[in-house]
Design a protein around this ligand. Structure first.
Ligand code: THU
Length: 135
């Protein structure tokens, strides 16, 4: 996949962060996922005053794609503009990502576009859990 495509996806993730509902952490995150026909879905973190119910941006974006009927994600971008370093997806999100994205799927995550980390699903989640379970 071309860097220009991923760079545009990162910008969409950054725009999605503007819709974050994060009054408790004050830490907005946006995510953008591309599906197998090129359609992009975005999501933001959505917190709750019962803190454990908060949902990360990555899962918001993936659940939007799956809710629209998609099952295969081909690229992922995550933007955490309030951070002072690139923030990678949490463990729970890595497991959810692995349900819908193959190991070679590119993942860009950053606090700024210039310092974003460019990696893959397999590098983020090398010992993928429960893949032996039949669908
Ligand atoms: N958060 C995300 O949405 N994605 C990440 O990759 C890291 C953390 C959210 C969860 C919570 O709303 C806030 O950032 C602070 O942890």
């Amino acid at each position: 996949m071309q860097d220009s495509v991923l760079s545009a996806l990162y910008e969409q993730a950054l725009q999605a962060a503007a819709h974050s509902y994060s009054p408790y952490s004050h830490f907005p995150v946006g995510a953008a996922v591309m599906t197998d026909d090129g359609t992009v879905f975005t999501g933001a973190n959505i917190e709750n005053r019962s803190f454990g119910l908060s949902n990360c941006a990555e899962r918001s974006a993936i659940f939007a794609a799956v809710s629209a009927g998609y099952r295969t994600i081909t690229a992922i971008a995550i933007a955490a503009p309030a951070a002072d370093y690139p923030v990678g997806p949490c463990g729970a999100c890595r497991q959810v990502i692995s349900e819908f994205a193959a190991g070679d799927v590119p993942v860009w995550f950053g606090n700024t576009a210039a310092t974003a980390v460019h990696t893959t699903v397999a590098k983020l989640y090398p010992f993928d859990s429960l893949h032996e379970l039949a669908k």
